[in-house]
Design a protein around this ligand. Structure first.
Ligand code: 4AD
Ligand code: MG
Length: 477
């Protein structure tokens, strides 16, 4: 006898003797019907217990949350909602679960409550579906790059550089900070540190990925990144995963083509392979929508939205065009934007991004050619001397999901920019070397993985799409 997953058993339609399965009890109804789940699928398998065959002590231990091992015969189900069920012949309790104390009761729990029980929340349908989709998306991403000739590059987590130049880094040190070595002026003496300098957790693997693009051609990173920004929003985490492709000899137009093809492809992958979980989340959102006033209901279902992205061209709009549109628009008849667009050159707020995507263009938008002074130092300066070849992809319900650029490949221009921003050349000598030895046009982008998972699952809080969210309030688990 071989233990099978619930998913495997549910697709078997023949009567099979001697099956066995292990999982966690969701419910035990009428001392007769166990709904058993093992995480392999959203569905439970029903195990029918003939109580005369089992001692009372064993039956008492079949409680919600308990881990059990069931042996029996797979038969056609008489009940509704499933084709097969197990006629239990042997029940082994693997791990008890006190029904009074087990936090995940067979009822609807709020996401806030489940966040406090992040270690158990994947025992619910919503979170198991979300995390299976997260896993599938991760696979789809590796598959896309592998199928398209990219190499997977592991960028370092501990680094001495601030790729985004935004100063939002968590410092890493091996010094004893309770009793740190001090220099003559009383400042902490980092020269005695293990690394001999201040180091931090990476905010982006881009700069390192550029070095590999300039030798291996097409590469991507996919790893954790860290931002010490004190943002308590439903779209920001202090630790998030980022996918960063980087390609030699590719300009901004090629970068947009790549990003659009990539996004469509990974979304198509889950539409093709994860239908059951998507249908469940689609229904969840529709039910939730029914409880809202008409004006707040979403115009599209989840699956419809995913199909919409894969079927439609992303609208490409320059920053300057976008500013013109926003200046002449109101988010609705009465209201103005909270942050007004005053001059060309100001940064866009998420309300503006969402207006462009959700109200004006009503499709994913790629904004490009941003003012140089609101973007990072490494972006390629345009001939107008004031815009850079940056691109952000904006998605409905999410806002910015991708940020990327063609990189400045000209040594002198890059040095000038670094000088203006006070970025010491000694810190990035290796980055400058790329511009000295065989420099070339190259581009790349960063996709916030959790923002993609939010879009793909319809979850509205980023804390609910990563196993153990790290935010300014929460790093408990
Ligand atoms: O726009 P960002 O800061 O761009 C970069 O880091 C570039 N180095 C990427 C590149 O060109 N290789 O971040 C890229 C994406 C954003 O568009 C967003 O989706 C996500 O990363 N992101 C966050 N996601 C969750 N929490 C945060 N605090 C995030 N900050 C950025
Ligand atoms: Mg950005």
């Amino acid at each position: 006898m071989q233990s099978k997953t619930v998913k495997q058993l549910l697709t078997e339609d023949i009567v099979t003797p001697d099956v066995e399965v292990k999982g966690w009890v969701r419910t035990f109804r009428a001392n007769r019907f166990i709904a058993l789940n093992d995480g392999s699928t959203l569905n439970n398998i029903q195990c029918v217990v003939d109580f005369e065959h089992f001692d009372e002590a064993t039956l008492k231990r079949i409680t919600t949350g308990a881990a059990i091992h069931v042996k029996g015969e797979l038969v056609e189900s008489q009940g509704k909602g499933q084709n097969v069920e197990i006629q239990a012949q042997e029940l082994i309790i693997l791990g008890d679960s006190d029904p009074e104390k087990y936090p995940i009761q067979p009822k609807k729990h709020s996401f806030e409550f489940l966040r406090e029980n992040a270690h158990l929340r994947t025992r619910t349908n919503t979170f198991s579906a979300v995390m299976r989709l997260r896993s599938a998306l991760s696979f789809a991403i590796h598959k896309y790059f592998n199928d398209n000739g990219f190499y997977y590059m592991h960028s370092p987590i501990i680094t001495g550089s601030d790729a985004e130049g935004a100063g939002e880094m968590f410092q890493v040190t091996s010094l004893d900070l309770k009793n740190p070595p001090k220099d003559d002026s009383g400042n902490i003496d980092y020269s005695e540190d293990f690394f001999g300098k201040e180091t931090n957790l990476t905010v982006s693997g881009q700069l390192e990925a550029e070095t590999y693009a300039m030798s291996l051609g097409k590469v991507y990173t996919f790893g954790p990144t860290f931002r010490a920004e004190n943002s308590n929003t439903s779209r920001h985490l202090a630790e998030f995963w980022m996918i960063e492709p980087e390609v030699a000899f590719m300009d901004l137009a090629g970068n947009m083509d790549l990003a659009e093809d990539f996004m469509k492809s990974v979304i198509q992958y889950i539409l093709d392979n994860n239908r059951e979980d998507l249908e469940f989340l689609d229904k969840r959102l529709k039910d939730e929508d029914k409880t809202k006033p008409q004006a707040e209901r979403s115009s599209m279902g989840l699956i419809e939205k995913l199909n919409f992205v894969t079927d439609n061209h992303f609208k490409r709009v320059s920053y300057t065009e976008a500013i013109d549109i926003l200046r002449n628009s109101k988010p609705n008849k009465k209201k103005k934007f909270k942050y007004l667009i005053d001059d060309w050159g100001c940064d866009l707020q998420s309300e503006h991004e969402r207006f462009l995507v959700e109200k004006h263009f009503k499709c994913p938008v790629i904004l490009f050619d941003y003012p140089a002074n609101i973007k990072a130092f490494y972006m390629r300066l345009n001939d107008d001397g004031k815009t850079v070849r940056a691109m952000d992809i904006l998605f409905p319900g999410i806002g910015e999901i991708v940020g990327g650029a063609q990189r400045e490949e000209r040594l002198e221009v890059l040095k000038q920019k670094m000088a203006i921003l006070d970025i010491p050349e000694e810190e990035l000598w290796w980055y400058l070397d790329l511009r000295k030895y065989g420099t070339a046009v190259h581009s790349g982008f960063g996709l916030g993985f959790e923002r993609l998972v939010m879009f793909a699952t319809g979850m509205s809080n980023i804390r609910d799409v990563i196993p153990f969210p790290r935010t300014p309030q929460n790093a408990e688990f």
